[in-house]
Write a protein that binds this ligand. Structure first.
Ligand code: PLP
Length: 451
């Protein structure tokens, strides 16, 4: 068992000596030492020096019901005692996976009524790559294998998911992308819209999908994947014209639409799924994070009847993970969904706390450093700029000012993330109005200290 009471310096030294961190500048980390989080409750983290930190990121956009929910710990413990593991391969199943699949089918929109369980969002997107290719193969069109996604999108870190993602820095490391993936640009109107109205820009960016399909050849395209609202690239909320046109193009060419709901699923946008908020009819949704509120790892691809019937109706789909439908994760997910539903947490985001946060967040544009504030539900970002009218970028290397602001936030006991020179929030959905006000006070203070 680990020792929660070890002095911070000792923990930092051990961490530096043995721990390789994801998405971390290791040199910088080892110079400064990690900030060590030892416990959490509600929206509050406690570090190894006893500071109380307001978590404006819900961990990694995932702790939707907040930290420290005893019900989740209880069901995990009961499930571990009853059936800690069994697989769902080779004609077997178990009650938690069955109940969770049925619950997700009930919550998901349209005919999304089948579930393939994954371990995370990344391997979920790998599942989706293989599933859509398998779908077209089973229908006798194996040449339909190209998947179109978007630059600056994030779909995870496995070879497949990072290939779908459009993070060029990731592509430069490790032979990415895998074959059969193409990218189009994002609908980021504030950053790239120029003289166009948001409506014109939304249409123009959506039509890039049709152009790309024509360039590749319509008979070769299997699917388009996108996040309803792009998260880790800066919370890119598309103009209203964007998604209807994307949907029309997918329908017109008969290609499958995958909505990556790893962030937007389970309430973050004020509905159960971002597809409902944005009016999208996907064939597959990737989910993870908020499915268990991050208490245990789990992902789920929620699949339409149309696709599921083809997958089930052909030879065995040669794909799966040991932990697909893990009983403990499934039990925790079910309890997490019960909490979201019975405590009306998503309705509150839509009707009360979301609008309250939006009003406060948009006031940040009055700050001299903030060029744009955008937000839907409980996910938002601000663009930092030295000159609002021209939307200029800072002379320093992109991300330098964002990093300073993030560090100022952290010093003021607030977690906000930076993506380049954008600051992001995505707090637990249970955040109260009082806590939102405190978050805004600390964010403003950090902005003042960044000036
Ligand atoms: N898809 C989206 C939209 C994400 O934001 C993420 C993670 O942030 C992933 C996929 C990958 O999920 P995971 O980190 O659980 O593998």
């Amino acid at each position: 068992m680990y020792d929660n009471h070890r002095p911070t310096a000792e923990l930092q030294a051990l961490d530096a000596a043995h721990h390789l961190h994801p998405f971390t500048d290791g040199d910088a980390l080892n110079r400064k030492g990690a900030r060590i989080i030892t416990r959490a409750k509600g929206v509050w983290l406690t570090d190894s020096d006893g500071h109380q930190i307001l978590d404006g990121m819900a961990g990694l956009w995932c702790v939707n019901v907040g930290y420290g929910r005893e019900e989740l710990a209880r069901v995990a413990s009961e499930q571990m005692l009853q059936l800690p593991f069994y697989n769902t391969f080779f004609q077997t199943s178990h009650p938690p996976a069955i109940a969770l699949a049925a619950k997700l089918a009930q919550l998901a929109p349209g005919d999304l009524d089948h579930v393939f369980f994954n371990g995370s969002g990344s391997d979920g997107n790998d599942t989706n790559i293989r599933m859509v290719r398998r779908y077209w193969q089973a229908l006798g069109q194996p040449e339909r294998s190209v998947i179109i996604s978007r630059w600056n999108g994030y779909h995870g870190s496995t070879m497949g998911a990072a290939s779908l993602g459009g993070m060029k820095g990731m592509h430069e490391q490790g032979g990415l992308p895998i074959p059969g993936i193409a990218h189009i640009d994002q609908p980021d109107w504030w950053s790239e819209g120029g003289e166009m109205s948001p409506e014109e820009f939304g249409l123009a960016r959506a039509r890039l999908l049709a152009d790309k399909i024509e360039e590749i050849g319509p008979s070769k395209v299997a699917a388009f994947i996108a996040e309803p609202i792009q998260g880790a690239g800066g919370v890119i909320i598309p103009p209203e014209t964007y998604w209807p046109e994307i949907q029309r193009i997918c329908d017109a060419y008969g290609i499958l639409l995958i909505a990556d709901e790893v962030i937007t699923g389970f309430g973050r946008t004020g509905n159960w799924f971002g597809s409902q908020t944005l009016g999208i009819r996907p064939d597959i949704m990737t989910t993870a994070k908020g499915l268990t509120s991050g208490y245990v790892p789990m992902g789920a691809s929620i699949v339409s009847r149309k696709v599921a019937e083809v997958i089930n109706g052909s030879d065995e789909f040669a794909h799966g993970y040991t932990y697909s439908g893990h009983p403990v994760a499934a039990a925790v997910a079910l309890e997490n969904l019960r909490i979201l539903e019975e405590e009306h947490i998503i309705t509150r985001v839509r009707e009360v706390t979301g609008p309250y946060l939006k009003a406060a967040w948009e006031q940040l544009t009055e700050h001299p450093l903030v060029g744009e504030a955008r937000i839907t539900g409980m996910m938002g970002s601000i663009a930092l700029t030295p000159h609002k009218a021209s939307r200029a970028k800072f002379a320093a290397k992109a991300g330098t000012v964002g990093l300073i602001c993030r560090e100022r936030c952290f010093a003021n006991n607030l977690v906000m993330r930076h993506v380049g020179d954008r600051m992001i929030i995505s707090p637990p959905l249970v955040i109260t109005e009082e806590e939102i006000s405190l978050l805004m006070t600390r964010a403003r203070l950090a902005l003042d200290q960044t000036l």
